[in-house]
Design a protein around this ligand. Structure first.
Ligand code: ADP
Ligand code: MG
Length: 269
């Protein structure tokens, strides 16, 4: 749970640091008092039952919740030591550095090529666009499958290919962090394995944070795992909180908290 309990072997530079984070949607207190750090060039997984705040917290990491008028956050989230919610921070810039891949593959209704270069064009990218397309698609192991149909619609691809296209589009924007919210839940098992393999490759260059409801997936892909749970709160509502955070090996092998043990054995057993 506490940062210094994470084994030194896995600890690298800190990218995100959350301190006493509480999150509200209007009057509803969704998440209470979350404190932990996310290290660079690792895969960190968020697990826990539905409604415990995994997506909410993930979306706070690139200020995606800003677009929601009833959203409110207290406490601090810093990114490389800088307060991500300070008034002078440009949330558009934040989202350039911290990319997001969603549950349902969402390619733009454009060609495969135009999907990849979309962000680059907006940002007046000065490099070679063809090269950007090729490198990005190679990084997600999609190049061989699509190199002869770059002018076809991204929507014509299979679900698994669409999700890899979305990941390629995200990394073509050259972010530092890639957030993924249940990126495989709409995919078949083979596509899921491809995306999981991809995470292993991508973490050399990017910091990855993934929400997954699939605990086996967390054991396969994540270096670190944060287990969130819910408890009863006022007016019959539920509030999410962080139970325990540690290496994936410890969370799934010898967790410190009884709640973590129960959750893990319940799902695995
Ligand atoms: N946009 C929103 N407006 C109001 N409540 C929300 C919104 N998004 C999520 N919530 C609520 O916040 C809690 C946490 O949701 P969420 O982060 O989606 O959980 P998880 O991803 O762990 O399933 C839930 O009770 C959910 O209903
Ligand atoms: Mg969710």
């Amino acid at each position: 749970m506490i940062d210094n309990e994470i084994s030194d072997s896995i600890k690298t530079e800190t990218v995100f640091s959350l301190e006493n984070v509480d999150i509200f949607y209007g009057d509803y207190h969704a998440v209470r008092d979350v404190t932990f750090t996310i290290p660079k060039n690792q895969v960190t997984a968020f697990i826990g039952p539905s409604g415990c705040g995994k997506s909410t917290i993930l979306r706070c990491l690139n200020r995606l919740n800003d677009l929601n008028e009833i959203f409110r956050l207290t406490g601090t989230i810093s990114y490389h030591g800088q307060d991500l919610y300070a008034p002078d921070i440009d949330s558009v810039e934040v989202r350039k550095r911290i990319g997001m891949v969603f549950q349902k593959p969402n390619p733009f209704p454009k060609t495969i090529y135009d999907n990849i270069v979309y962000g680059a064009r907006i940002n007046n990218y000065e490099g070679d666009l063809d090269e950007l397309v090729e490198t990005s698609l190679k990084r997600v192991a999609l190049w061989d499958e699509v190199k002869d149909k770059l002018k076809q619609s991204g929507l014509a691809l299979s679900g698994g290919q669409q999700q890899r296209l979305c990941i390629a589009r995200t990394i073509a924007a050259q972010p530092e962090v890639v957030l993924m919210d249940e990126p495989c839940s709409a995919l078949d098992p083979i596509s899921t394995l491809k995306v999981e393999e991809l995470m292993h490759e991508l973490k050399e260059q990017y910091t990855i944070v993934i929400v997954t409801h699939n605990m086996q997936q967390a054991t396969r892909v994540a270096d670190l795992t944060a287990f969130f749970n819910t408890e009863a709160a006022e007016k019959g509502s539920k509030i999410g909180y962080l139970v325990e955070y540690d290496t994936t090996q410890i969370i799934f092998g010898s967790p410190h908290q009884q709640d973590t043990k129960d959750y893990i054995s319940g799902r695995f057993g």
